[in-house]
Design a protein around this ligand. Structure first.
Ligand SMILES: *Cc1c(COP(=O)(O)O)cnc(C)c1O
Length: 443
């Protein structure tokens, strides 16, 4: 698939940014030159996936594409039951509703926006059990997604009830950082002793497998596919956004090993998503995702994918731009605190930086800081995360090295004038997941 991209003038970008309330989510894609907002659903499908779209079996029930998808998930992720959903949050909603009761605590290796929302919406409190290094953008720890066993044990011992542990691989909000096999094995042992199941947020588990292959002792000679299977075997189920690793524009699923839980989930999916053999997807979309899974676990694909992200990250580091290290799997994260050292977090430094990058060359990126963190449900105060980041997310199989060079030049230009912007003031704040639709004006 080849798509033209459009250059804009500085004046056009200023108008567009004002109209969007300085929120990159509210820009029109037409006004964007290079779109690094997200890797979600923005990847390019292959010839084999496009061919699969033509083989959609749009029967209401029992579509053959569902069975292809079930086979692919079973082969590469290994779970017993597959419940398709329209995307990741559909699966999170169902999992949270069937497993969480009010007053529960759900520990996790850092939070993700929609995941935590659904846990809290079901009455749970989220407890962060990730290692401290994950909150330090300068720590070179190779597996910053690892869980702190001490923190986890404290939650398991003191919380009234823990329905499950939520393990994300990789950890998006920490900078796309992986969790090691060694850590997950130890976590499995601890959870088993307490009778607590592990549910994985498997959105980028294949990228996580690539990091295990390239960084963890004993895995260099194993394939991504083998590593993924082993990794999943230490968990009891997963929620999945097919829009990331699985190389499709829409789709997701919930996987479970437990028969009773799967039955509950199938009862719920028909209310919120669709019949249990399509879950909100067309037959052709399920076929594209089945094929995307097959392609996503190929070592050569992962080498190119993660390699391109590393290329941009290393280029920015060579120019002295403050980025989160190590470079993550799907994105390069700029450290807005070090980018704008004097700017208070109340002035939304990461949101400001995202706006500046759009103004400079039409590159669209995303805030992952105090705006994304939202407010505490009880006190109503902002969550002030240690990490105040801007994410440059690379879609899979879309851009070339030349595009990465343009992005790097623009980041450097914005870095060179970092003393100018004073920050933003929020003028409109939505009630839920505010980062999507909030509006700002410059201070
Ligand atoms: C995108 C994402 C989700 C939610 O998936 P959607 O398909 O966007 O609903 C959940 N967890 C992580 C880590 C994600 O990146």
């Amino acid at each position: 698939m080849v798509e033209p991209i459009k250059k804009t003038t500085q004046a056009q970008r200023e108008t567009a940014l004002r109209a969007a309330g300085f929120n990159t989510f509210l820009l029109r894609s037409e006004d964007v030159y290079i779109d690094l907002l997200t890797d979600s659903g923005t990847s390019a499908m292959s010839d084999w996936q496009w061919a699969g779209l033509m083989l959609g079996d749009e029967a209401y029930a029992g579509s053959k594409n569902f069975y292809h998808l079930e086979e692919a998930v079973h082969k590469h992720y290994g779970y017993k039951h597959l419940i398709p959903t329209h995307q990741g949050r559909g699966a999170e909603h169902i999992l949270s509703q069937i497993m969480i009761s009010p007053g529960d605590t759900v520990p996790g290796n850092m939070y993700f926006t929609t995941t935590r929302y659904h846990q809290e919406h079901a009455g749970a409190q989220f407890a962060d059990v990730i290692i401290d290094e994950a909150h330090d953008p300068t720590s070179p720890h190779l597996f910053k997604g690892d869980i702190d066993l001490g923190k986890l044990e404290r939650v398991l011992k003191t919380a009234k009830h823990v329905p499950y542990l939520c393990v994300a691989a990789t950890v998006n909000m920490a900078g796309g950082q992986p969790i090691s096999m060694k850590n997950l094995k130890a976590v499995r042992e601890l959870c088993s002793r307490h009778g607590v199941p592990i549910m994985m947020d498997a959105t980028r588990a294949v990228e996580n497998a690539w990091f295990i292959k390239t960084r963890e002792a004993g895995y260099a000679d194993k394939s991504c596919a083998e590593i993924l299977r082993e990794f999943c075997s230490y968990t009891d189920g997963c929620t999945m956004s097919g829009k990331k690793d699985a190389l499709v524009n829409i789709g997701g699923w919930l996987s479970l090993n437990d028969d009773k839980l799967a039955e509950k989930a199938r009862n719920m999916v028909v209310i919120y998503e669709g019949l249990h053999t399509y879950g909100g997807m067309a037959g052709r979309d399920m076929e594209a995702m089945a094929r995307g899974i097959e392609e996503s676990v190929q070592d050569e694909h992962m080498r190119a994918r993660v390699g391109q992200v590393e290329y941009l990250g290393e280029l920015l580091q060579s120019y002295g731009v403050p980025v989160v290290v190590p470079i993550g799997g799907h994105a390069v994260y700029l450290d807005a605190r070090r980018f704008y050292p004097g700017m208070p977090q109340d002035n939304f430094p990461a949101q400001m930086l995202a706006a500046e990058l759009y103004l400079d060359a039409g590159v669209r990126v995303m805030e992952r800081g105090v705006v994304s963190a939202g407010r505490d449900a009880k006190t109503g105060k902002h969550h002030y995360p240690k990490l105040e980041l801007v994410r440059l997310t690379i879609p899979r199989r879309v851009y070339t090295q030349a595009h990465m060079d343009v992005v790097a030049e623009s980041v450097v230009a914005v870095h060179d004038r970092a003393e100018k912007p004073k920050g933003l003031r929020m003028t409109y704040e939505p009630e839920y997941l505010r980062f999507f639709q909030a509006r700002f004006e410059p201070i």
